[in-house]
Write a protein that binds this ligand. Structure first.
Ligand code: CTP
Length: 359
C-alpha cells in the first residue's frame, strides 16, 4: 500500500498518525500494537487482499497489520479487492467463509472491469458504499449491532434420528447435521440462547450452544417440548417418518423364517405438532429435503405443517453430508431462491434474516 500512496500523503490528508511497522520502537513505547488494536470502535481492512484475508483466517501475525488484527477484540470489517480469479479461488472463498464464521464483517466486492484488464467480481466497492456500511455499523448501539438476538431463545433440531429394530440394528438416514449445526452456531454468534436438539452426528458442538442429544423421533419430540417456550424454532432434523416395533432381543436370522416383519409405526410429526400447539413459537421454520419438484413439494409442506417459512433444499446431489447447499426460502409472500453456497453461508444469511424479522 505504501508503494501506491505514501504514508506521508495519508498522514497529511487524515491529520492522523500513520503506523507502518511492528518494529517502530518509538510507536512501541508510545502506544504498543496491542493498545492500537483496542482503542478503535471498528477496524476496517481496506483493501483486504486475498493474501491478507488468508493470514487473518489462519491467525498469522507477522507484521503490524496482521498482529493488530489478531490482538484485537474489536469488530473487524474487511473490504475485499483483488483479481476475479483470486476472488473466485476456492482458497479465498474458504477464507472468506471462515472469517465470516469468526464474526468478521466481509463486504461483497463489486463486479466490473479490473486494473489488470479482466472483468468480474473482485473490485473494491465504491468509497461511498464502504462509508455507508461503516456508518450503519457505528450507528446502531453496541448491543444491537453485535447481538441483535440477545434475549431470544431458539430451539433447533438437527441430524438424523435412529429408530431401533433390535438392540444392534436401527433405521436411519444420511443426514450429517451440518446445516443445522451451522445455523445453531450462526444464531449463537448473534447473541441468541440456542437449544440444539441433536440426533446422532459426528460434529463438534458450536460455541455457545446448549446441545441436547437424542436418538429417536419420540426422544426428539420430548426434548423439543422440554426446551420450550422459544421465540423461534427451526426444525432441520431429518426425522424418520416411521419407527419399528423394536425387539428387546437381537432378531436371529433362523428364527423368523425369512425377512423379519418390521411392523412400522408412523412417528409423530414434530413440526406439525408444534405449529398446532399452544406453545407455538412466534417464528416457526421447517426444512424440506426433496429430490424432485423441490419448490412444489415444499410449498405443500408449508401449508400442511402450518409453519411460517420452509427452507427447501434439493438433496438429489450430494447435499446430505456435503459442505454446500442451495436453498429456496418459501413463505406466504413467495419463493426466494439463493444460489448454491457453503452451508455456513446459508446459516449466516438465515440467522441475519431471522434477526431482521424479529427486530
Ligand atoms: N419433520 C418433523 N417430524 C417428522 C418429520 C418431519 O418435525 N416426523 C420436520 C422436519 O424436521 C422438517 C420438515 O418437517 O423441518 C419436513 O421434513 P421432511 O422429511 O422433508 O417432510 P416429511 O413430512 O417427512 O415429508 P416427505 O417424507 O413426504 O417428504
Amino acid at each position: 500500500g505504501a508503494q501506491f500512496v505514501t504514508p506521508m500523503t495519508l498522514a497529511a490528508r487524515s491529520e492522523a498518525e500513520v503506523y507502518t511497522s511492528l518494529w517502530d520502537l518509538k510507536n512501541e513505547t508510545e502506544m504498543g500494537h496491542i493498545q492500537l488494536s483496542r482503542e478503535a470502535d471498528l477496524i476496517v481492512v481496506c483493501p483486504a487482499t486475498a493474501d491478507l484475508m488468508a493470514k487473518m483466517a489462519a491467525g498469522i501475525a507477522d507484521d503490524l497489520a496482521t498482529t493488530l488484527l489478531l490482538a484485537t477484540d474489536t469488530q473487524v470489517m474487511a473490504v475485499p479487492a483483488m483479481n476475479v480469479r483470486m476472488w473466485d479461488h476456492a482458497a479465498t472463498q474458504r477464507n472468506v467463509s471462515q472469517l465470516r464464521d469468526d464474526g468478521v464483517i466481509v463486504l461483497d466486492p463489486d463486479e466490473g472491469p479490473m486494473a489488470c484488464g479482466e472483468y468480474g467480481e473482485g473490485r473494491l466497492p465504491e468509497p461511498d458504499a464502504i462509508f455507508a456500511e461503516i456508518e450503519h455499523w457505528l450507528g446502531s448501539s453496541t448491543q444491537d449491532r453485535a447481538h441483535p438476538l440477545a434475549g431470544k431463545h431458539v430451539v433447533i433440531t438437527a441430524g438424523p434420528t435412529r429408530e431401533p429394530i433390535d438392540p444392534v440394528r436401527y433405521i436411519a438416514n444420511r443426514s450429517s447435521g451440518r446445516q443445522g449445526y451451522a445455523i445453531a452456531g450462526a444464531l449463537a454468534r448473534l447473541g441468541a440462547n440456542v437449544s440444539l436438539i441433536s440426533g446422532p452426528v459426528a460434529l463438534e458442538t458450536p460455541r455457545g450452544v446448549n446441545r441436547i442429544d437424542v436418538e429417536t423421533a419420540l426422544g426428539m419430540e420430548a426434548a423439543v417440548d422440554a426446551a420450550l417456550p422459544a421465540d423461534v424454532a427451526i426444525l432441520v432434523a431429518a426425522v424418520a417418518d416411521w419407527r419399528a416395533e423394536a425387539s428387546p432381543r437381537k432378531i436371529k436370522k433362523g428364527e423368523t423364517g425369512g425377512p423379519p416383519d418390521l411392523n412400522l409405526i408412523e412417528n409423530p410429526d414434530i413440526l406439525a405438532g408444534l405449529s398446532r400447539s399452544d406453545k407455538r413459537p412466534e417464528l416457526l421454520i421447517g426444512f424440506a429435503a426433496e429430490t424432485d419438484k423441490v419448490v412444489g413439494h415444499a410449498k405443500a409442506k408449508l401449508d400442511r405443517k402450518g409453519c411460517d417459512w420452509i427452507i427447501a433444499n434439493d438433496v438429489s446431489g450430494d447435499v446430505m453430508g456435503g459442505a454446500e447447499n442451495s436453498v429456496h426460502i418459501i413463505t406466504e409472500a413467495g419463493v426466494e431462491s439463493w444460489e448454491q453456497m457453503p452451508k455456513s453461508d446459508v446459516a449466516r444469511k438465515l440467522a441475519e434474516r431471522i434477526a431482521d424479522v424479529l427486530a
